[in-house]
Design a protein around this ligand. Structure first.
Ligand code: PLP
Length: 398
């Protein structure tokens, strides 16, 4: 017997749950890509996208996943042979660093481990030591999906400004946009990237690169940019895809239109508050269970936690066993541990993650936690019972 029949919940940190309304919007015949509805909807679509990033700058749309936006951000701003500073708090920053190196760009990595955030004094030292301004950009991840930490960007802007350092500030917001507060312009971020399949609630396949005028200037300084990654035409909704950028991602755009309508109808502030409450419900349950057993939130300081993804350690091989039980018996798929490997646990089997990004509500999160509590009991992991009841208190607000 299995208890998994019924509507399943893919609770991994991307791709996230796609709303039925988005799926319905994509279920249609191919539109004309040269004139009519699709072309007409682009100016409002790009304007609404920029509102999600909280920017008055530009946005270029690519048919790509997040990896593509890693390439795009660099291709338009940093030439091979130049240098960037990368701040790492997890696997995704490191993976962005590999893309930097593969482009022939030099990268200095400040590695702050998997358990917290940047040491700003070390960031300042590194930038101060760069008196000749070799660093063309400072790269950092807003929410690192492997460690589930959250980094602040305003302090990085402050350091750059205090030192009069001209490096661009670049933020990977792939896991966080539409989930955790992000204010591109107010925080002084020059380039921000995201993908369609996390907080934006669409299938994977579209990548978005937001950039300001300072970053556009960096683009014009480069001798050449490969045609596909050049953001110049892609950021112009009039010209978008029609002449220069190839076939538009037609169905994605229809889905995105509905997703953006949903986002702006609920309101970004309300969305951030929803993610915050649901995340706190998850943390509360996990901390309760962990009082009598091995389960631990990876990020100890609540102020440094993502509201979109939660990374947990439970000990090898119980991360894998718990995921298996929840999928087979609960209809809930948990995320694998990623990038947390140690010598004893090379595959990060002692870790797992919850994705709680985008189209998630109280009944999904309480259901998720209920299945996990049942799973802990079923596979025999010691824990203090009653975590779900504690989470319900957070949801009830009393
Ligand atoms: C998901 C994710 C990526 C990679 O995105 P893909 O679409 O899988 O290429 C990069 N950075 C962060 C922070 C992510 O969460």
């Amino acid at each position: 017997m299995s208890l998994a029949s019924g509507r399943t919940y893919l609770a991994i940190p991307g791709p996230s749950v796609v709303p039925d309304a988005v799926l319905r919007a994509m279920h249609r015949a191919s539109p004309n890509i040269y004139e009519g509805e699709l072309i007409d909807m682009m100016p409002a679509l790009t304007a609404d996208l920029k509102k999600v990033a909280r920017t008055d700058g530009h946005v270029a749309i690519y048919i790509s996943n997040g990896h593509g936006t890693w390439e795009a951000a660099l291709a338009n701003t940093v030439a091979p042979g130049e240098k960037v500073l990368l701040l790492s708090t997890g696997f995704f920053a490191k993976a962005w660093g590999w893309v930097v190196e593969a482009r022939g760009i030099e990268v200095d990595v400040l590695d702050f481990g998997n358990g917290g955030t940047f040491d700003l004094a070390l960031v300042e030292d590194a930038l101060r030591a760069d008196a000749t301004h070799e660093y063309k950009a400072v790269l950092a991840v807003h929410v690192d999906t492997s460690s589930s930490n959250r980094n602040a960007f305003a302090p990085l802007r402050q350091i750059l400004d205090d030192l009069d350092h001209p490096a661009l500030l670049m933020a990977d917001c792939i896991a966080s946009m539409g989930c955790d507060r992000f204010e591109m312009d107010a925080w002084g971020v020059d380039v921000a990237i995201t993908g369609s399949q996390k907080g934006l609630m669409c299938p994977p396949g579209c990548g978005f690169v937001f950039f300001n005028d300072k970053a556009a200037e960096a683009r014009s300084r480069l001798d050449r940019v490969s045609v596909y990654w050049d953001w110049t035409q892609r950021a112009n909704p009039e010209a978008f895809y029609q002449y220069f950028s190839g076939t538009a991602p037609t169905h994605h755009l229809y889905g995105l239109r509905v997703a953006l309508d949903m986002i702006h109808e609920e309101g970004l502030e309300a969305i951030w508050a929803r993610h915050d409450t649901l995340a706190r419900a998850i943390w509360t349950a996990c901390e309760h269970w962990g009082q009598d057993g091995p389960l631990k939130l990876n990020i100890q300081d609540p102020n440094l936690r993502s509201r979109a993804v939660t990374s947990l350690s439970i000990g090898k091989p119980d991360g894998r066993r718990l995921r298996q039980w929840c999928a087979d018996q609960g209809g809930v798929t948990l995320g694998i541990g990623l990038g947390m490997s140690t010598e004893e646990d090379p595959m990060s089997e002692g870790f797992f993650r919850f994705g709680h990004m985008g189209h998630v509500n109280a009944h999904m999160i309480l259901g998720l936690l209920g299945v996990v509590e049942a799973g802990l009991a079923a596979i025999g992991v010691p824990h203090r019972p009653g975590g779900v009841a504690e989470a319900a208190k957070v949801v009830s607000g009393v």
